[in-house]
Design a protein. Structure first.
Length: 84
């Protein structure tokens, strides 16, 4: 268990081991979420990335891409079209 002391301004220092586990770096944002009476501290950047990944799941297949190579070829065609 890690402990942190609250300052008069409501600030805490996140213990180094917790920062490592959450992959937190200077300037990162954290989110606090309450679930069933528990408060969770999360790396907000990683949470946003996961939400985006979840939202994009299946979109390539819906667009007709069957492989990563299909996506790469499509991107190349877009770049060529911009370079006209």
């Amino acid at each position: 268990m890690e402990l942190a002391k609250l300052t008069s301004k409501g600030q805490i220092t996140i213990p180094v081991e917790i920062r490592r586990k959450l992959r937190l770096r200077e300037g990162d944002k954290v989110s606090f979420q309450e679930e069933q009476g528990n408060i969770y501290l999360r790396n907000a950047s990683l949470g946003s990335l996961r939400q985006f990944q979840d939202a994009m799941t299946g979109q390539a297949a819906k667009a007709g891409f069957e492989s990563e190579d299909d996506v790469v070829e499509y991107i190349k065609s877009l770049r060529n079209a911009e370079g006209k």
